[in-house]
Design a binder for this molecule. Structure first.
Ligand code: SAM
Length: 270
């Protein structure tokens, strides 16, 4: 695919465009698109992924591009496609909307500066199961490593705990920095996510989990007893029921423990 990169890439919008056709094809294949699918793309840029999505002939395609110039180029490029809706919006506003179709397959070579914000917004949606069926997203490798990190590793922290709460995460492959223009400094990784429809730890206000993980992991090297005390004061019954060793550090606790703590916190304090 030959793209005329007619304007200077904007760093502020995380513009690193994919230029490797094999990688683009591999990403598209992950989603198992059929004629009945609705597909969304976050940040289509010049439309290199979008083109292949169109070739798969899904029922509907929604693409969201914040850059007005790229939006105009996309409007021109896909002028003959009647199943594509091109929005000049901020994706963070669109994904919170209540009127989105169900079962959408979401693609995104994400703008790196807001990639974790996009993911956490998709996890913390009030309505669950959510409107999306699958997320197929590319992150900087370092961020992807934090998302899939296991307990007792350096990368394990808030992102893994949040992701494990509502999503099943799968790593697909790494993408060399040579596959982009302009070339970023780091390697990227493609992950996919499926919502867990019936997770054990339900929260009325998912932000409570964010609050809890923030509290614990801002004291990563300290034993958890202080954080637990801060939340539950001296309520021994609750602490006993959590079944945790207060001498452990946050990185040693499985994700479910944090999910449980958030539930107990919500029961007590709303
Ligand atoms: N998908 C294209 C590709 O792979 O070549 C472009 C990927 S580039 C990493 C990220 C794209 O997201 C850019 O086109 C950028 O303008 C767009 N973008 C950045 N912030 C955005 C936001 N808040 N909402 C929607 N699009 C955004």
């Amino acid at each position: 695919m030959k793209i005329d990169f007619s304007q200077k890439p904007k760093k502020s919008l995380g513009q690193n465009f994919l230029i490797d056709n094999n990688i683009i094809k591999k990403i598209i294949e992950i989603g198992e698109i059929n004629n009945n699918s609705t597909v969304m793309e976050i940040g289509p840029g010049y439309g290199s992924l979008t083109e292949l999505l169109v070739n798969k002939s899904p029922k509907n395609i929604i693409v969201i591009e914040k850059d007005i110039k790229l939006y105009k180029l996309l409007k021109e490029k896909f002028i003959t496609c009647d199943n594509i809706k091109i929005l000049n919006k901020d994706v963070l506003d669109v994904i919170k909307k209540k009127n989105l179709n169900k079962n959408i397959i979401v693609y995104g070579n994400l703008p790196y500066n807001i990639s974790t914000k996009i993911l956490s917004t998709l996890i913390l949606l009030k309505k669950w199961p959510p409107w999306y069926h699958t997320l197929i997203l590319m992150f900087q490798k370092e961020v992807a490593d934090r998302i899939i990190a296991k307990t007792n590793t350096k990368a394990y922290g808030r992102l893994a705990v949040l992701s494990n709460w509502r999503l099943v995460v799968k790593k697909h492959f790494d993408v060399s920095n040579n596959c982009f223009f302009p070339k970023p400094k780091v390697t990227s990784t493609v992950l996919s996510f499926r919502p867990i429809k019936n997770n054990k730890f339900k929260l009325k206000n998912p932000k409570n989990l964010e609050k809890i993980t923030q509290l614990f992991f801002s004291n990563r090297r300290k034993m958890i007893n202080k954080s637990v005390k801060k939340i539950f004061k001296e309520d021994k019954l609750i602490v006993d029921n959590l079944n945790i060793n207060l001498k452990q550090r946050p990185g040693e606790l499985k994700s479910e423990i944090f999910h449980n703590i958030a539930c107990q916190y919500e029961k007590l304090f709303g």
